[in-house]
Design a binder for this molecule. Structure first.
Ligand code: UDP
Length: 350
């Protein structure tokens, strides 16, 4: 039973992962900006599997068509090349607004464009939400807390951001995007959700985006030295992508309009994390019988300007209002990620 597919045969649909068959009243029209990115593509997968109609908007600056290509041709799926800096019109029930470069090298590559995307992109998508009365969720970030002086970071902490540093285009961009979101909420009654995403990793993360998880795994797999920036005492807390997607969908469908941190509170110094990644890569290599000529070394490089010294989410609100908790511990997630990059290496695309 597949009501609106009409002439599309079962054979055509069988080349797609099996999606849930929702009655039309439960099926939502969902717009995902940045839907071809790392987080976006995982969100799209989940929304498609849940049986919704999904439209992806992406300019493919940092996203890639291949991340969602397995859905192309599915009657519930549509992909549009579009830059959110320009207005866009579509009838929809929910908007997940994710579009923005998010890794430090990418967002700093063209700082003005990052700010334009954060401000004008969010303005355009909020305008769309206002016109269509769609519920609007924005992906904000732990970066809005800057180099935090409160630890761990609860949502009511205002942050410590350098407004003119190299990270400001992203940090301040997201801060103003949140301000815009609550402006539309108070002034125009737009139904808003704000998720503050902490460091997240998982399959499909671009191996060249300069993030610590991808750098360390790729370096260790290739037998290259692992580059710790600074003395490695700065901390981060890493969550696996599936936990984030659980949290985002739970937030969108909850009544919580305040910002909500979604991240794994398990905190590591970057030095410890390098050792953990090295151990896991070695474990996976041993399983595959891969011989190492030497143990990769951990080497130290200069710390980037304004690199936050510590970061860990206070997730009390997510637990209380969404009943959300991370289910993947770092070891489990990293093993999956190492296997994913190893498979890409084997096929020659890494
Ligand atoms: N980092 C590192 N080696 C790398 C890449 C990053 O030591 O090859 C450090 C970086 O300086 C930061 C932390 O790892 O302290 C996390 O960096 P990432 O770019 O992944 O995310 P951020 O939290 O800074 O946005």
């Amino acid at each position: 039973y597949y009501p609106e597919t009409g002439s599309i045969s079962y054979t055509t649909l069988s080349r797609f992962p099996p999606v849930k068959l929702l009655p039309p009243a439960d099926r939502k029209r969902i717009l995902v900006t940045g839907g071809a990115g790392f987080v976006g593509s995982h969100l799209v997968d989940r929304l498609m599997l849940l049986g919704h109609e999904v439209t992806v908007l992406d300019n493919f600056f940092t996203g890639s068509k291949t991340t969602v290509s397995h859905w192309v041709g599915h009657p519930n799926f549509e992909m549009v090349r579009h830059d959110v800096v320009e207005p866009f019109m579509i009838e929809c029930d929910q908007i997940y607004h994710l579009a923005c470069p998010a890794s430090p090298p990418h967002y700093q590559f063209n700082a003005v464009k990052t700010m334009k995307t954060s401000f004008m992109g969010t303005l355009n998508m909020l305008g769309l939400a206002k016109r269509t009365k769609a519920r609007f969720l924005i992906s904000s970030t732990s970066e809005i807390y800057g180099d935090p002086e409160v630890h761990p970071q609860p949502e009511d902490y205002w942050g410590n951001v350098n407004p003119i540093g190299p990270r400001a285009c992203y940090d301040e961009g997201k801060r103003v995007a949140e301000t815009l979101t609550y402006g539309f909420h108070r002034q125009d009654g737009v139904d808003v959700r704000v998720v503050r995403i902490f460091n997240t990793y998982g399959p499909r993360m671009n191996p060249a985006d300069g993030r610590v998880v991808s750098n360390f795994i790729v370096q260790a797999l290739k037998g290259e030295d692992m580059t710790v920036y600074g003395d490695g005492t700065q901390t981060r807390s890493f969550q696996y992508i599936h936990d984030l997607i659980d949290g985002m969908i739970a937030l969108m469908n909850s009544g919580e309009t305040r910002p909500v941190n979604v991240g794994n509170p398990d905190e590591f110094t970057i030095g410890e994390f390098a050792e953990l990644v090295r151990d896991i890569v070695e474990k996976v290599q041993d399983e595959y019988g891969i011989k190492r000529t030497r143990r990769v070394e951990i080497v130290y490089r200069p710390i980037p300007t304004d690199d936050p010294k510590q970061r860990r989410p206070d997730t009390t609100r997510a637990k209380q209002t969404l009943d959300w908790e991370p289910r993947w511990n770092v070891r489990m997630g990293l093993e999956e990620m190492v296997r994913y990059y190893k498979a890409r290496m084997d096929e020659g695309s890494l």
